[in-house]
Ligand binder design. Sequence first.
Ligand SMILES: [Zn+2]
Length: 139
Amino acid sequence: MPALQSLLALEDWKFDITVEHIGPEEGEDRQSVLMGSCVAQANYHTAAITINPEQCGSPKDVVDILRHEMIHVFHSDHDIMRGQLRHVVDEKMFKMFEEVYYHAAEKTVCRIEAMLNRGLGVTAKKMMEAKRDDGNKQK
Ligand SMILES: [Zn+2]
């Protein structure tokens, strides 16, 4: 894990990773089941990442999802504003803001993933090799 954090320049963050089913909650209109989720606390540089095992067909899928969720930390400073906004706007306005925020966040993460895959070569395969190197160093 430290190598993965280093590749993404997130050495100063603490990650708590859980593997469990993530389904749409009652009342959510999300059509598909999430592959993973990331709840980051920018003030404390901590993030809770959940990976949905039902969306993982291979170890590469796990690392792809982990990388995706770790990249969400890059925009976590905006979550502070998001949390404060909830207290000053009505529910309808907040729901609209959430839709825009969610879309922008996912689009940004996908663009960063594409950049890493194409430009810098930080692929899931390379991250898996780095993880193996971590394991060997700890022995
Ligand atoms: Zn995402």
